[in-house]
Design a protein around this ligand. Structure first.
Ligand code: ADP
Ligand code: MG
Length: 242
């Protein structure tokens, strides 16, 4: 299933964080969203997942199910890995009571296997590294077989090797679930390895859209500034970005 966003506008306190934005992500495609901090990337994910409502515009995701993988792994500290993952199935009324305890065990084991973490059901989040916590949050995201997976800075704060592992799983999940995905990221490795195409946000608008190769060509002032991480350029870092 595709994601189609048309003329999306969202204001906070009279400021248009997103101003008439349109883009689409085709079935099975991965779109990256890049832009400075405060440019509205997380807001787009929250609008698509229904956590926020748009001021104007249309978001068409059919009747697909959306899973969010948050910037911080957002696991419950007081729950073990089994409960954290099975929570995704028990909190929702369409899944509640659908599975026996034995079936839940099987489903959780399978989802952990998908992210390379077999047998850690009894561990608590504090016993896991940051990268492992992120992988548990991936396992939790896919347990409901979502048509759409939205990742908010999935590799933020991870070392390069742990980032590579997460990037591999983003690609593997796409293969296994055929989900349509959006990845918000700052990380060049994630952009290059995981995205079919990307959009860059600035001042409420999409200032670049293209493939990772086109981004790396740096043949417009925005891509040049982004790739070189320069303070100089058309994009001004404002106080609201911090
Ligand atoms: N619920 C909210 N209420 C008020 N302002 C918000 C809210 N959510 C986000 N904002 C503001 O909208 C802008 C974009 O936020 P966000 O989408 O989180 O940016 P990004 O993810 O690109 O860093 C920021 O200036 C932020 O302060
Ligand atoms: Mg954000």
């Amino acid at each position: 299933m595709a994601i189609k966003v048309q003329n999306l506008t969202k204001e906070f306190d009279g400021r248009k964080v997103l101003d008439n934005i349109s883009f689409s992500v085709e079935q099975g495609e991965i779109l990256s969203i890049v832009g400075f901090s405060g440019s509205g990337k997380s807001t787009i994910l929250k609008l698509i997942s229904g956590l926020l409502t748009p001021d104007a515009g249309v978001i068409d995701i059919g009747d697909g199910d959306v899973a969010m993988v948050f910037q911080y792994s957002a696991l419950f500290d007081s729950l073990n890995v089994f409960d954290n993952i099975s929570f995704a199935l028990q909190e929702r009324k369409e899944f509640r009571g659908k599975y026996t305890k034995e079936q839940l065990k099987e489903i959780v084991a399978k989802s952990l296997k998908t992210v390379g973490l077999e047998g850690i059901e009894d561990k608590f989040p504090y016993e896991l590294s940051g990268g492992m916590q992120k992988r548990v949050s991936l396992a939790r995201a896919i347990v409901t077989h979502p048509q759409f997976i939205l990742y908010d800075e999935p590799t933020a704060g991870l070392d390069p090797v742990a980032s590579t592992v997460i990037e591999d799983y983003i690609l593997r999940l796409r293969e296994e679930t055929k989900a349509t995905s959006i990845v918000v990221t700052h990380q060049m490795s994630t952009i290059k390895r995981c995205s079919d195409k990307l959009i860059m946000l600035y001042d409420g608008h999409i200032v670049f859209r293209g493939t990772p190769d086109e981004l790396l060509k740096q043949d417009n002032p925005y891509t040049k500034q982004f790739v070189s991480a320069s303070i100089e350029g058309p994009m001004k870092i404002t106080a609201s970005g911090f």
